[in-house]
Design a protein around this ligand. Structure first.
Ligand code: GLA
Length: 385
């Protein structure tokens, strides 16, 4: 992508970029909505990514353009403002400037910025977190600064929570920041603490995106977040990851039905993530696959964030030879399903599942065989490297 982004940057702004950074999208492997409940989660960075190219223009406006829209959004060099409508994609970048400034870091004043992606946007693969991470790295380099990776990841989550205004956990940013080829990123969200777990050899990760609405920002995600906090309060814990199924059973009479159901999912899901890590270590892929399917059933029945489209894909995939297991991946309420498969499940088998989906829902799912990838990095620095 370096060639195309430089060419486009020159055409758009009439100069070369000084800095280029990249950040990958992610799959949520298992751990649905555990992150903001202080639980564990496993994700994989994938080789579809977002690129950010930047050239400094001190004293001039901050100009933003994306390969998606092709238009240029111009903002003053001395303040950060939340954008709306067709310019709202800039909030993920501008949010990083806002958080960096609050952290006491120097932020570049005027600049030209262009972003391009081969990661489908709005497909439940965290293009927004990738844009935050790539923008953050570009801004740090442009101002001659560095930040430990954990701090960058936390800053990106803050940008999304405080500037964009969605109460997400740290999964997307951490996986985009700490991804490693051939590995899953394991996050213990209490610390948070980040580590990696090898993906067993011979496994493939498939993504089927339903193109149905991924409703993170229209309130359903925030409502689930609120119900989890309500459940934690009723259980007398700070975060649901500290609760047990026994404690939940005895607190049930004093909880709302919604709070009970959400807690039931989260407590079970935290245990499933821990068990998945153990089974990955012993190479028990059938066992991991079972846990993936159980995770989906729990999201569907207790967390109530699945949809008929996601359920159809999970059921079709789970019944396909060579698939160990499948589940919805990400916030839910639409979006994507991921499957863990052996080499016995290939492109023609995936096409069959996609065709059955298209026959039922009159729309083709987006189909990807995902390769795991390295976390966000700088491609071109001020020193020209
Ligand atoms: C979205 C959020 C994450 C996480 C998942 C659900 O991807 O951005 O923080 O909560 O949903 O597990």
């Amino acid at each position: 992508m370096t060639g195309p982004i430089i060419t486009r940057f020159r055409k758009l702004y009439g100069t070369d970029p000084e800095v280029i950074a990249r950040a990958p999208g992610r799959i949520e492997f298992i751990g649905n909505h555990t992150d903001y409940n202080g639980g564990p989660v496993l994700g994989a960075a994938i080789s579809r990514e977002v690129w950010v190219a930047l050239a400094r223009r001190p004293g001039q406006p901050r100009r933003f353009s994306s390969g998606e829209t092709g238009t240029v959004v111009s903002l003053p060099p001395d303040r950060v403002e939340r954008a709306s409508g067709s310019a709202s994609w800039t909030n993920y970048s501008v949010g990083m400037l806002a958080v960096f400034a609050q952290m006491g870091l120097v932020v570049p004043a005027g600049f030209d910025l262009l972003t391009m992606a081969d990661l489908p946007i709005g497909a439940g693969l965290s293009s927004s977190a990738a844009l935050e991470l790539a923008s953050g790295l570009a801004f740090l380099e442009a101002a001659g600064q560095d930040l430990p990776r954990g701090d960058l990841v936390r800053a990106a989550r803050r940008a999304e929570n405080e500037f964009v205004g969605v109460p997400v956990g740290i999964l997307d940013q951490a996986v985009s920041g700490f991804g490693r080829a051939g590995h899953l990123v394991h996050i213990d969200c209490r610390g948070p603490m980040f580590s990696t777990v090898p993906v067993p050899l011979g496994c493939a990760l498939w993504i089927f995106n339903t193109h149905t609405k991924h409703a993170l920002s229209d309130g359903l995600y925030a409502r689930r977040h609120g119900e989890c906090l309500e459940a934690a309060r009723a259980l007398g814990v700070t975060l649901l990851a500290e609760a047990t199924q026994e404690g939940l059973a005895s607190a049930r009479p004093r909880m709302s039905e919604a709070a009970y159901r959400r807690a039931r999912h989260i407590i079970g899901e935290c245990a499933r993530v821990a068990e998945t890590v153990r089974l990955l270590g012993s190479g028990d892929l059938a066992g991991v696959g079972r846990l993936l399917c159980e995770s989906h059933a729990s999201s569907r029945d207790w967390f109530e964030n699945s949809t008929p489209e996601l359920d159809f894909l999970v059921e079709s995939l789970a019944a396909s030879p060579g698939v160990h297991g499948a589940r919805l991946s990400g916030g839910g309420f639409g979006g994507a399903v991921m499957a863990l498969a052996s080499s016995g499940f290939g492109a023609s088998e995936a096409d069959r599942v996609a065709a059955a989906y298209a026959a039922r829902f009159k729309s083709d799912p987006l189909l990807l065989r995902a390769e795991t990838a390295e976390g966000a990095s700088l491609i071109l620095g001020l020193a020209g490297s």
